[in-house]
Design a protein around this ligand. Structure first.
Ligand code: IVH
Length: 283
């Protein structure tokens, strides 16, 4: 078994039909500009549109639908092999078990992020505090612990949510990523209302500026912005490296900084024997 993957014993492992790549990260407007100019150059100066989206800070999930029914839900794992968490995912109310409307391919895959909303995170932690149980460090850890639970009733009691942002398959209805997301919304999936189509760097910067502050009012955690070339033919033209697509990047928000005092440093020994120093501090 490869080290570092989020696979868990007790779940059946499944090979992804399409590998689950990650996104190249950027941290500055200059790097965003480099991405934009590279796309411009690689598309031979052809016009293009960028879909700017929020980067959700949860767990990525791959859902397979056959004839309108959810047949399988698999975690990212190491990108090639993931855990089959279908039974748990079936309890998430915002993931349709049966699609609505029409026009969906007979077989397709849809990817998104599973998240625990802040209000649910606080509720669960308050209950755990009363019960003398260890608290979850953040909504992402809580979502991960929940999705990997062997008891689907526990999963159902913690109201996980899911935002979907990527459709894959042979017969995808539209040639525009954004239009595909509008389609999947009609089939019953939860799609962000905050996607913006940009045809200039300035409007991308304006989107990033806006969400860097506004994200604190969202019900779920976000840690950046994802920029995607909207046209699927252009995406194909740009292609991917072994790790990430060349048609998309993530811009990561600077984490919030606060002052604190380190009380103690403990040494944690991991599964592989690696020792990691961990600082304990007050909130
Ligand atoms: S698109 C080929 N869109 O960020 C890449 N990913 O390292 C397809 N993520 O593994 C991913 N919000 O878990 C995409 N709006 C969004 C996203 C998003 C969060 C996560 C996803 C992915 C990771 C990238």
């Amino acid at each position: 078994q490869r080290v570092g993957a989020d696979r868990t014993e007790g779940f059946t492992q499944v090979t992804h039909r399409y590998p689950m790549l990650s996104l190249a990260n950027t941290y500055s407007y200059d790097e965003v500009k480099e991405f934009y100019q590279r796309v411009q150059r690689d598309l031979g100066r052809e016009d293009f549109t960028i879909a700017a989206e929020l980067k959700y800070d949860g767990l990525s999930i791959s859902l397979i639908y056959e004839d309108g029914l959810l047949v399988r839900a698999v975690t990212r794992g190491d990108g090639t092999l993931g855990d089959d968490v279908t039974a748990n995912v079936r309890t998430i109310r915002s993931i349709p078990l049966r699609l609505r409307g029409e026009g969906y391919p007979s077989s397709f895959e849809i990817r998104g992020e599973i998240l625990l909303p802040f209000t649910e995170f606080n509720r669960i932690n308050s209950e755990r505090e009363v019960a003398g149980l260890p608290l979850f460090a953040n909504p992402r850890n809580a979502a991960s612990g929940t999705l990997k639970s062997k008891n689907s009733a526990v999963v159902a009691s913690r109201r996980l949510d899911a935002y979907l942002y990527y459709v894959l398959g042979e017969d995808i209805p539209k040639k525009s990523h954004y239009e595909n997301l509008l389609m999947i919304k009609k089939w019953g999936f939860k799609v962000s209302d905050n996607i913006h189509l940009s045809t200039s760097l300035d409007s991308i910067y304006a989107y990033i500026d806006h969400w860097d502050t506004e994200r604190r009012y969202l019900p779920v955690a976000t840690d950046g912005i994802v920029l995607k070339v909207d046209n699927l033919n252009q995406q194909q033209q740009l292609g991917s490296t072994a790790k990430s697509p060349r048609w998309a990047i993530a811009y990561k928000f600077e984490p919030e900084k606060v002052e604190t005092k380190i009380n103690k440093i403990v040494y944690q020994v991991g599964r592989t024997g690696a020792v990691t120093p961990v600082a304990e501090f007050d909130r």
